[in-house]
Design a protein around this ligand. Sequence first.
Ligand SMILES: [Fe+2]
Length: 135
Amino acid sequence: MEEIIWKDEFSVGIARMDEQHKKIIAMINRLIREQKVVTEPETVAKLLTEMTDYTREHFRAEEYLMSEYGYNRKDHQVKRHKEFIKKTMDFCSASNVGPNILSVALLEYLSTWLVDHILTEDMQYKAFFEEKGVV
Ligand SMILES: [Fe+2]
């Protein structure tokens, strides 16, 4: 399982959102690395919780910005964000029963979803916020 490498094309044009996306990517990459070594399940659970909590915070910040400027695709974003959190939690509770709580399926889901979300849905707000002067 490959780590995610940040590319300039991931930039949504708002510095703090890019920073938050980079931090989430770093947290997912840390989990990808953990999967290759034998780690205490508690450590993995802690990292996973930290990643989910931070992502939740990021979604809140993004949604707040969308409300503030009246972005018309906010509802869709909120829906997608909720789906991500729910799916991640479902994965966690399902895999918690086994010894290998970090399944490749979960990591693949996390990295594919995030990159895809940034490149498609988040990218749609780039021009909108640029026009509003949000950098
Ligand atoms: Fe988003």
